[in-house]
Structures are given as C-alpha cells and as structure tokens.
Ligand binder design. Structure first.
Ligand SMILES: *[C@@H]1O[C@H](CO)[C@@H](O)[C@H](O)[C@H]1NC(C)=O
Ligand SMILES: *[C@@H]1O[C@H](CO)[C@@H](O)[C@H](O)[C@H]1NC(C)=O
Ligand SMILES: *[C@@H]1O[C@H](CO)[C@@H](O)[C@H](O)[C@H]1NC(C)=O
Length: 433
C-alpha cells in the first residue's frame, strides 16, 4: 500500500509496540536445510512478524532516501568494466530507421495527496510521451489500481494488463516513481526524473527489450539476493519472501542461487517484449500480489528484484554502468578512466561542500555568541581560519572540471558511433542510436 505519511507513522508505532510485546524468532535454518529448492519451497517457510527496523525502512521506501546507501560514497560498481549478457530467449528486436520517433508511455503510481506538478511542467516539453498516472487510493480516478497494495508493482502490472491488447500500446513503456528527484535516479542525470525521461534512448530500450533506468550497481549488483538461503538477513528480508514467491510465480523454473540487478523498480520495456510474454503470466504475477499476506514493503521489494527476470528471463542482469549512461542517455565517457575520474571528483566535491557547510555553520554560531568563555564551555570545534577559502577553491575547481567533462561527454553522446563503441555493439555508417 502506498499510504500517507502520518498514517504510516501511526501504524508503525502500533506495530512496533505489538511486536515488542510478542517477540518470536522462527528457525528457518532447520526448516530448509537439505530440501530441494525448486519445488514447494513456499509453504515450507514460516511467516514472520515485522521488526521495527523494517517498518522504518518501509517508510523510507515511500518517502525517498533508503538509508543503506550513502549517495556521496564512492561507487565501487564503476570498477566493473564488463558485463556479459547471457543469451536471451527473446527474438532480436527490430529498430525503426534512424531518426524515426518511437511512441512512449510514462507509467507511475501516486497517492491522491502526492505532488506531481513537475510532470505538468515536463509533459508539454515532451509531446511524444503519454502519461499513465495511476492513483492508488482513489477508485474514482480515471486510472486506478484494484487495491492499494504492493507499492508500485500493482501499478505496473495493472498498466500492462489494461493495455496488453490495446492497439495503441506504445513502442516504449517507461515505469517509474512519481517524484522528480530521487537518490536512485542516475547521478549524472542530477537524480532528476525529468532529465531521465528527456535523455532516455528509445533505441536502447527497443534493442534490449528491457532496460533498468538505474545505471549504478549498488544496491542489487553484482550479487544481492540468494533466494535459496536458509539464513534470514534483516537487511534483505525480501530474500526469504522471494523464495516463497518464486514457486508460485515461476513454477517452471528452479530457484536460482543468485538474483542480481540494480535496485529500485524503475525501468523501460518495449512493446515487443511485453507482448512476447503471454498475458496470463502477468495475470499470475498480479494475482500473487493481490493474494499475498506479505507486507507491502516486502511484496514491493520482491518485485523490485524480479522485473528483470520477468522481462529478460535472466537471473542476473548487471549492465556496465558506463555503457548504460552512454548508450542509454547519451552521456559518453570515452574511457573507463575518464568515467572514474568524473565520479572521483564528484565524490570529493560533495565532501568538500559538506565540510564547508559545517565550517560556516560553526563560524556563524561563534559569531553569534561572541563570548569566548561561553564558546569554550560549548566545546564547539573552532573552525580553522582560512580553511573556508581552501574549501571554496577546491569546490570551485572540481565543479569546473565536472561541468567541463560532463559537457564533453554529452557532446560525445550525440555521436551514434561512440555510443555503439562504448556499448560494445557493431555499427556502420548511416546507423542511428
Ligand atoms: C569480466 O571481468 C571479470 C572480472 O571482473 C573477468 O573474470 C571476466 O573474464 C571478464 N569478462 C570479459 C568478457 O572480459
Ligand atoms: C508542489 O511542488 C511544487 C514544486 O515542485 C510547488 O511549487 C507547489 O507549491 C507544490 N504544490 C503543493 C500543493 O504542495
Ligand atoms: C570525447 O571524445 C573524444 C574523442 O573520442 C575523447 O578524446 C574525449 O576524451 C571524450 N570525452 C570524454 C569526457 O570522455
């Protein structure tokens, strides 16, 4: 369910209290050891109560930043330069002649109370994009879900079922969250959904059938979910739930040892790809979501790590970050080294900016107090004189470099040959993106 913040806080408090009074630790290890993991695993795993930590994470998921990831931390995924795309069971896509536009849909869910005015500003600038904004808690809205359950997964599956047979199902279907700025939206796109929509390459989506809009690996890649695990990891509670769901959702496929893909349920899928998956499968997925006893936080998370399985039939899909930016959004760094340099500088720029903020904050307090004896009593770290100028110079220099490199990368991204080279696909004169 997507619910209003205040209700969420009340529910959270109530649940936390109940749990505090009950407390029980089921033993998954003994239940699961030695069992075949491909059949019937679902029934063998007991259900379990929420801990207050998970309830907190549930709220974080709805309200934006998820605490496990520090956006300012260096991104180790940048060090992986290669990816192997396992062979796809889907037929190769047919692209339109270079330069011919693709029809596109934006699919998102929102609460009646959620502010999406950024879309009112964005949509007129992108006449090809048709919005499908589902209101999850208002049955009188023109587009709504059968129930408010399972976070965005219910919205995405409802859209697919509503439009699967429609003659106007667009070439490219973009599924994302309704807020404009989100930490999980690519950094080089300023975490901005409008920028993501504007730059997203329809050609890459159609060529690959499915594209995760997030280029960075963490969280989710290179490995995250081990569905067969008998050990309950509180930071990955969807792991056990996913194993339970698997048998129902993919009864033909054994449970894989590892599931991996970048997080956060924002992706684009081609019409061809949607239609090459039988409709009854989408009905099965949504029925699981309608029936499940899992909390919304868990069921939403289960899907977060299944979309790539649903649309590519691969267990692991960790595309190279630099190719994702270049081929997916036209931001092309010529070499892995240049790409890393940009993120290194971004990291130090963020750090220096934060340090300067702290310096100024303390300086302001000290100026305000103006009494050294009292300042000593406050045990405030005295800002080092002149450090602010050093920081300002560093911030300025790094910023200039970041802008210069990004501008160059954007210019390189207008060259279809560079895009093809960075993505590791063949190209010949006259080919478009
Ligand atoms: C990709 O990198 C991994 C190590 O990170 C290496 O083992 C593998 O051989 C590489 N694959 C290709 C195709 O270069
Ligand atoms: C919605 O957000 C925009 C900024 O994106 C703001 O200008 C506007 O006042 C907000 N509207 C409401 C009703 O909160
Ligand atoms: C852009 O492309 C040129 C020519 O390939 C290359 O020299 C330059 O380093 C590229 N810029 C970036 C930021 O990678």
């Amino acid at each position: 369910m997507i619910f209003a913040k205040r209700v969420a806080v009340l529910v959270f408090t109530a649940v936390a209290l109940i749990l505090l009074l009950r407390g029980r630790t089921p033993n998954y290890r003994s239940t699961l050891q030695g069992l075949s993991q491909s059949v019937g695993l679902g029934e063998l795993i007991e259900d379990e109560e929420e801990s207050s930590q998970q309830q907190q994470q549930e709220q974080d998921l709805r309200n934006g930043p998820r605490p496990a990831v520090d956006p300012a931390a260096p991104d180790t995924s940048l060090l992986h330069h290669n990816v192997s795309f396992a062979s796809s069971p889907f037929p190769p896509a047919t692209l339109k002649p270079a330069g011919e536009p693709y029809t596109r849909a934006l699919v998102a869910g929102r609460l009646t109370t959620e502010n999406t005015t950024w879309l009112d500003t964005y949509l007129p600038t992108d006449p090809v994009l048709k919005p499908f904004i589902y209101v999850v808690n208002d049955h009188s809205a023109p587009l709504h879900t059968p129930v408010n359950k399972g976070h965005e997964a219910m919205v995405y599956l409802t859209y697919i079922l509503d439009n699967y047979d429609s003659p106007s199902l667009p070439d490219v279907n973009i599924f994302m969250h309704p807020h404009q700025i989100a930490w999980h939206t690519p950094e080089l796109l300023n975490h901005d959904s409008a920028e993501t929509l504007k730059r997203l390459s329809s050609e890459r989506v159609v060529r690959q059938g499915y594209m995760n809009l997030r280029c960075h690996w963490d969280p989710g890649c290179p490995e995250r979910i081990h569905p067969g695990t008998s050990y309950k990891d509180n930071l990955k509670r969807e792991e056990i739930a996913l194993a339970k769901a698997w048998a129902e959702m993919f009864p033909e496929d054994p449970i894989p040892a590892v599931i991996a893909a970048p997080c956060c349920a924002q992706f684009a899928v081609s019409r061809e790809r949607i239609r090459s998956i039988p409709k009854h499968k989408f009905e099965r997925y949504r029925n699981w979501l309608l029936r499940t006893q899992e909390t919304d936080w868990i069921s939403g998370r289960v899907f977060e790590y299944l979309w790539h399985k649903i649309f590519t039939d691969q267990d692991k899909l960790c595309p190279d970050t630099r190719s994702c930016y270049c081929d997916g959004y036209g931001i092309c760094f010529a070499t892995p080294e240049a790409f890393e340099t940009w993120f290194d500088n971004h990291h130090w720029w963020t750090k220096a900016t934060k340090e300067l903020e702290k310096w100024e904050e303390r300086a302001q307090i000290i100026n305000g107090v103006g009494n050294w004896k009292k300042i000593e009593e406050m045990r405030l770290d005295i800002p080092i004189p002149g450090r602010n100028w050093e920081l300002k110079r560093e911030i300025d220099e790094r910023f200039q470099l970041l802008v210069r490199m990004r501008t160059e990368a954007l210019r390189n991204g207008t060259d279809p040959e560079i895009r093809a080279r960075v993505a590791g696909r063949p190209w010949k004169e006259g080919n478009g993106y």
